[in-house]
Write a protein that binds this ligand. Structure first.
Ligand code: ADP
Length: 462
């Protein structure tokens, strides 16, 4: 007697090999295992011995290991039905015995019930993998974020440090420059006097000229620091007058002609605008053009070219200082307008590193902006844009253009004198007559006062 598996039903539908249930690949009787997806948890297995002689007396016993504790006896049609089996692997065994006690071999079929997809191992693996990826991702993001925060903090510390250093430097320079201005004045003024006297000894004169040149140079630096501090602290205000801007630029241009000749530099001035009558602060324009030109001369060699160009667009005056000199490396360009920034590795220059910072501050104070284009080895081009419209200067103080044009040769004296003149201008003197002029000299430095007293002695009645 031999048991045959005759049929399989899921949800009371007969399963045939290759149907949509996917349970059977070959005939049921030839299958060694059946795999049920979670959708087909209710099924019935049919089996038979085809023992027609004692069909009614054949007893079938079956057992599903992992589910049934004991052998189950078949009543009626030889079949076994299971519903809602838990996912897992089971072994279905069936055996038969006829009326004469003759029994069959036990037939075994492996049954695998797959879990629903979200309970399957691959799903767990996928979820685990996803969680792992998320953890790694989060870890990365967090560490990156922490690194960025740390970097930011470091940068802030460095910036604060740099700012603090700059402030200390600035304060130091300001104090020093303030202290230096007076003694320098007292060197320059008598020197100027000596130079004005007819001197026969040529050697002596050259020495004096040398002293004068270098004192002036020192004074310019010191003064620049002092002026820069004013723009930084906001005490430098724009004092504008309507005049010919081209003339001022041309004056500054001309003051560099001897240097160009000495250094054998091709030095040109080009302009497309004549009689450019606009509002501007003469001193600011002088400082701007002077700084750009002295930089150009510092970094340009013999045989190279420096060109000053004055142009006007629809809205702006455009002042360009071009040189075919050393140029500036790309990485330095954004920093050259920072105060105290000097490109390292260059020839030692007697700069303070505030030239361009001061220039930019002045340009901004003048409601304009400055641009730079430069290629190492090819040269640099600094372009200053200042607004043309009167409207731009409506909030700035006005000065008299003619009065402002008056500039004695020795700036130092001019400054001291103008302080005295200001006082005289402002205070109404009761008994003022042309015959008896009064000069009031005011300074916190006794030496300057006594020098001026001496200076005016021959010309003024005291
Ligand atoms: P400094 O007092 O050193 O001249 P600046 O602020 O005027 O300071 O200039 C900053 C730096 O920019 C200089 O150290 C120099 O390296 C660079 N620089 C400025 N102008 C030029 C130029 N025309 N050609 C090449 N380098 C320049």
């Amino acid at each position: 007697m031999k048991i045959t598996f005759t049929g399989l039903e899921v949800f009371n539908h007969l399963v045939i090999p290759g149907d949509s249930t996917g349970i059977l690949e070959q005939h049921l009787n030839e299958a060694r295992e059946l795999v049920f997806s979670s959708d087909y948890k209710q099924f019935t297995l049919f089996f038979n011995t085809f023992n027609y002689i004692s069909d009614n007396h054949t007893n079938y016993l079956y057992k599903l290991e992992g589910f049934d504790k004991d052998w189950q006896k078949v009543e009626g049609i030889p079949k076994a039905t299971y519903t809602n089996l838990q996912p897992g692997t089971y072994q279905f065994s069936v055996k038969a015995a006829d009326a004469y006690g003759k029994s069959s071999d036990t037939r075994v079929l492996k049954l695998i019930i797959k879990p629903v997809w979200y309970k399957s191992n691959w799903f767990y693996a996928l979820v685990t993998l996803f969680i792992l990826i998320m953890v790694v991702f989060l870890y990365r993001v967090l560490t990156e974020r922490m690194r960025a925060v740390h970097q930011l903090r470091l940068e802030r510390i460095n910036r604060d440090k740099a700012n603090y250093l700059n402030k200390v430097k600035m304060d130091f320079f300001t104090n020093v420059s303030h202290e230096l201005r007076t003694p320098l004045t007292l060197i320059m003024a008598p020197l100027e006097e000596i130079l004005n006297e007819p001197e026969t000894d040529k050697k002596q004169r050259r020495r004096h000229e040398l002293m004068m040149r270098n004192t002036k140079r020192l004074y310019t630096i010191v003064n620049q620091l002092f002026e820069f501090r004013k723009t930084e602290s906001g005490t430098r205000v724009l004092r504008v007058a309507k005049a010919n801007l081209g003339a001022v630029i041309q004056d500054t241009y001309k003051s560099f002609l001897p240097l160009a000749e000495k250094k054998k530099i091709n030095y040109d001035f080009e302009t497309t605008v004549n009689d450019l009558l606009v509002f501007f602060d003469k001193e600011a324009i002088e400082n701007i053009s002077f700084n750009l030109l002295s930089n150009a001369f510092k970094y340009t060699q013999e045989g190279q070219t420096i060109t000053v160009m004055l142009d006007a667009s629809a809205t702006h005056v455009v002042l360009t200082v071009n040189d075919t000199g050393k140029g500036i490396a790309k990485e330095h360009i954004p920093k050259i307008f920072d105060r105290f920034y000097q490109v390292e590795g260059g020839e030692t220059n007697l700069g303070s590193g505030v030239g361009l910072a001061f220039t930019r501050r002045l340009v901004e104070l003048h409601h304009g902006f400055i641009e730079v284009k430069s290629q190492p080895g090819e040269g640099s081009s600094f372009v200053v844009y200042l607004p043309l419209a009167d409207e731009a200067y409506k909030d700035d103080a006005r000065v008299d253009a003619v009065k402002d044009n008056y500039r004695p040769q020795l700036e130092v004296n001019a400054e001291i004198l103008s302080a005295a003149v200001d006082i005289e201008d402002n205070i109404e003197l009761p008994d003022r007559n042309a015959e008896k002029e009064t000069v009031l000299i005011v300074d916190d430095n006794a030496e300057i006062v006594s020098y001026l007293e001496e200076f005016f002695q021959p010309t003024i009645r005291w």
